[in-house]
Structures are given as C-alpha cells and as structure tokens.
Ligand binder design. Structure first.
Ligand code: GLC
Ligand code: CA
Length: 547
C-alpha cells in the first residue's frame, strides 16, 4: 500500500467508544449520563490522548435494548440529559479537540415511536407502509421463515389489524421499510438535524440490515451448520441469511447518504462508519462503494472473528490490504458493547500485544471504553441480567452485560462511577479497587500507561498515523512483524503472540531504536540483527536512516 498524505481526522485519529450508561453517573441514579461525559473530556483528550468519541444511543427510548430502540430521533433521553446538555457536550468536546460521533439507528425504531404507533393504528394509516407489514400465509403462519437475531421468529402478529410486522431484532423494535422514499427522506432529515447541530460523524447501527429482499424470499437452510456470525447463536445459525439483510439495493441508499455528508463537509469533514458484520471481504468492502462513494468505513470486525494467533492475524491484515481500493481507508476494532472484552478473550498479557496491534496497524482504531485499563468481562449473576438477548436466548453465553459494566475510575465505592449510596445499573467488576484509572495513572507499567504511550507515539508518528503497510517476512511463526512507513519515517512493529522469548532478525533494516515496548521498561538502540522479544512482548522500533 502506498502511503497516503493529507489524511482527515477520522483517518489519522483514534475513536473511543463510550457506552453512556456505563461511563460516569453524575446525578446519582446509577446510570451514566452526558454531564458525566463532559466531566471526563479532559481525561479523554489530555490524559489518554484519543481524537474522537462515539456515543452509543442517547435518544429517548423505552430502553428495552438500552437505547437501540429509539422512540424519538431528535431528542435526548432524560436519563442522559437534554438537547442543551448535548450541545454543551459538543462545544466542550470540540474545545478539547475531540470529534463527536453519534449512533444513528436506521433499521428499526421502538414500537413506542410515533411513526410505529401510527403505522400500527390501521391499514389506511399514511404511515402503514413505513414499516414492513404482511398478511399471514393461508395457515396463519408468518409470511416467511426469517428469524430474529435475538431469538424467535422475525415476525409478530398484530391482532388488531390482522397482519404481521417484521423485526430483525426484538419484537418491540419494528424494522423500517427503506423501500419507501418517505422513510428515507425522514431518516435523512434526522441526519441533517444532528449535522446542523455540529456532530462530526455517524456510527450506523446494523447498517446492512436496512435493505431486504424485495420479494421477502425464505432464507435457505444452512447446510454446513456453521455459524451465521462469528459465534454460535442457536436457531439463528440454522439458516443462510441471504435475504433478510444486505440486499444490493442498500448501496444506492449509502450513495445518497454519502452525498448528504459530503454536502456538509466543506467546513467540517463529516463521516459515517457502518456496523457491517460481513466476513466475506470483497462483499464487505463493497460498502465503501465501487468508487469509494458510500460509507467512509464499514466497521471491520475481522479481529473478533479469528483465532488469536500471529499467522491468523497476519493473514487477515494482508487480505484486507489486498482487498481495499486505494481510496478505501482501513479500520480495526478489538471489542465493543456487543463483544466479550479482549482481555477476557486473549488474557491480560496478550491484551497488551492486541492493544499495540490495534494502535499500529494501518487504519483507524476504535478503542472500547475500559480496554485502556485491561477491563475484563464482569460475571453477571442470573438475577442481574439486563441484556434482552441473554434473556431470550439463555445458556449460549450471548449476554452482553459483562462487557458493559461501569467504567472504573477510582478505588472508591462503585469505582467512582456513581455516588457510594447508589446501586449502579450493572455491577462494578470485583477487581475494580485494583484496576482503575487513578491507580493505573500512578503505575508506570500499567495498561493505561501503555495505552497513553502508544497513543502519544501514534500521534507524533506520520508512519503510524498515515504510512503504508508491509509484512516483514522470515520471522518466527508465532510472531507478527510489519513495517509502517512514509518517505521520511520507517517503523517496525514486532509482536510476540507466544509466552516464550523469540528472536527476530531485522538486520535488513540497519540500525533501530526501540520506541516502545509493551513492558515499558526499555528504549534506545537495539541490535536489529537479533532482537529478543520477551514472552508476550510487543515492540515498536524506529529504523534509523542510513548516514
Ligand atoms: C447493533 C448494536 C446492538 C443492538 C443491535 C440492535 O448490533 O450494536 O447493541 O442490540 O444493533 O439495534
Ligand atoms: Ca445518571
């Protein structure tokens, strides 16, 4: 890949995902809020050193899916604040040099949204066709065999109007009908509402779900019985999900959305990053658009979908590098509010290697709140389960509460997330007294210290921020080594995925200076002909220009 010059904020920067319910509670109801985010902006920009925040949904909502069930797209839920609070947050974030990305949820609304109430009221409602209503089959069965991602059929019977409506997720989250142009224009007006307020970007929820097969054909059975996604999901895995999402007509919508965003980008570049769970990379890359004219980035969940092994990671990165068109900008994630935390998946030692990988690959990293501390999934007792997915499909370990527990700030009660006498909405991790921001700031070798240093290095290095990518060959099998470079600067990243020491020969690069080790205990010149990586060590080396 050739190095890219003149990168924009969303290319050069690091996105930090905030799950607002779990970040900081300022008014003592046990639920995080927007004043809490405002309070911690200097932590994010100055202490940590990220460049943008993505806020999971903050709209008025019955909270059946914790805000992804939106009842009003142009207001703020009182739990979090109000529009004035949001405007304050936006101004303050910009003053801190942070861009703000909000979650846009186009596939479905809450069943409490006025549009659905109206749609549901009668066949002749002017909004009937804003959702997907169908007659039953002759025997009364649902119109096709589609399944809800969260368990059970994707159709719910409405006794009053004697039709089924479609919901790809919970039955209280009916799918909008994007084949109706009025839906598109209403949803685009909502985008304009937030862009006019000054938001910098959109994270598009379940982006490829919005267009389904025009004829609503049955999904075929899944012959291989393999996973539909990257983990076992019960009945949902019994089908190939060919027709219930990702219809090619979706691309026209994203071209229109891109034009809208481009129109708003003259003074302030705006962007969209879409949640696209597709692991067939050419199809996935199709969401950048044939002429890089759709999403600025489809989220790349590849690192969540492979075994944690050096060669698997190398193959993924090489596949992506080979798949992307020159104007398509890569991105990587290690976790989010839907995925088990990386430290639980790979262990504390490899979580450091993973963090260094995330912050040194070519492309935009998204860091999930708490991963800068090495937070793990918190065990949730059966009577504390909040996630509707866990409730609907129990026993498969699908519940997402474990990765959504309160951010750990201090060793005070509830880790400083909420006042001491208040119960947080999800339990605080049992080890929070020893793993929190305040403590890790004091510890020179903590995960937070590593994250800060890696972010600082990335910020000051053109090669890491916008340089090219090349695999470095002839290295041990359980190590992944790559070069990031511009014409002026070469950085080599060497990651040891094993828990034994490994020797790497980098003599072809000449002299090297160690810029960062995950152990945070060495720097300065190293013998490039024989660099010893300690167990689970990752290093960034600056190649010295020949004199
Ligand atoms: C996305 C969100 C997830 C939500 C679902 C339905 O996958 O990330 O949290 O439950 O969409 O909106
Ligand atoms: Ca609160």
């Amino acid at each position: 890949m050739t190095p890219t010059q003149n990168t924009l904020w969303w290319q050069r920067g690091v996105i930090y995902q905030i799950y607002p319910r779990s970040f900081v509670d300022t008014n003592g109801d046990g639920i995080g809020d927007l004043p809490g985010v405002i309070e911690r902006l200097s932590y994010l920009s100055d202490t940590l050193g990220v460049d943008a925040i993505w806020l999971s949904p903050i709209y008025p909502s019955p909270m059946q899916d914790f805000g992804y069930d939106v009842a009003n797209y142009t207001d703020i839920d009182p739990l979090f604040g109000d529009l004035a609070t949001f405007d304050r947050l936006l101004v303050a974030a910009h003053q801190h040099g942070l861009k703000v990305i909000i979650d846009w949820v186009p596939n479905h609304t809450s069943d409490q949204h006025p549009w659905f109430r109206e749609s549901r009221s009668s066949h002749s409602s002017s909004r009937r066709d804003w959702y997907v209503w169908r007659d039953p089959k002759a025997d009364g069965a649902p119109p096709n065999n589609w399944l809800s991602f969260f368990g059970g059929p994707a159709w719910t019977w409405d006794a009053a109007t004697e039709q089924y409506y479609l919901h790809s997720f919970l039955s209280c989250m009916p799918d909008l009908n994007w084949r109706n142009p009025d839906v598109q224009s209403a949803m685009f007006d909502i985008v304009r509402f937030w862009l006019d307020r000054g938001v910098d970007g959109l994270r598009i929820d379940t982006a490829h779900y919005i267009m389904k097969d025009r004829d609503l054909r049955d999904n075929p059975p899944n012959p291989a019985q393999g996973y539909a996604m990257h983990r076992a999901m019960g009945d949902y895995d019994s089908q190939l999900h060919l027709y219930d999402k990702g219809d090619p007509d979706v691309h026209a919508i994203f071209r229109d959305l891109r034009r809208l965003l481009d129109d708003y980008s003259h003074e302030q570049p705006r962007m969209a990053i879409g949640e696209i769970h597709i692991y067939d990379w050419p199809t996935w890359a199709g969401y950048y658009g044939q002429h890089s004219d759709e999403l600025h980035m489809p989220y790349n969940f590849g690192l969540l979908n492979i075994p944690w092994e050096a060669q698997a990671v190398r193959r993924l990165v090489e596949t992506l590098e080979a798949t992307l068109a020159p104007n398509d900008w890569p991105n990587y994630v290690l976790g989010n509010h839907d995925e088990p935390r990386i430290a639980s998946r790979v262990g504390a030692a490899q979580a450091q290697v993973a963090l260094l990988l995330l912050l040194t690959l070519r492309g935009t990293p998204t860091l999930y709140y708490g991963d800068e501390l090495g937070m793990e999934n918190t065990p949730i007792a059966p009577d504390q389960v909040q996630d509707p997915w866990e409730r609907n499909v129990p026993g498969l370990g699908l519940g997402r509460d474990g990765e959504r527990t309160p951010m750990q700030w201090t060793n005070e009660p509830h880790a400083g997330f909420c006042p001491p006498d208040v119960a947080p909405w999800l339990p605080v991790a049992p080890y929070a007294a020893t793993m929190n921001v305040a403590r890790q700031l004091q510890e020179p070798h903590s995960m937070l210290s590593l994250t800060r240093q890696a972010l600082a290095l990335r910020r000051t290095s053109e090669a890491l921020g916008s340089g090219g990518y090349q695999t470095v060959a002839n290295t041990p099998d359980d190590c992944f080594v790559y070069l990031r470079d511009t014409a002026q600067e070469q950085m080599v990243i060497a990651l040891n995925f094993s828990n034994e020491a490994r020797d790497i020969d980098l003599s072809k690069f000449g002299a090297a200076m160690l810029a960062l080790s995950t152990y945070l205990d060495r720097s300065g010149s190293v013998d490039a002909a024989s660099l010893t990586l300690r167990p689970n060590e990752g290093c960034v080396l600056r190649i010295e220009a020949e004199r």
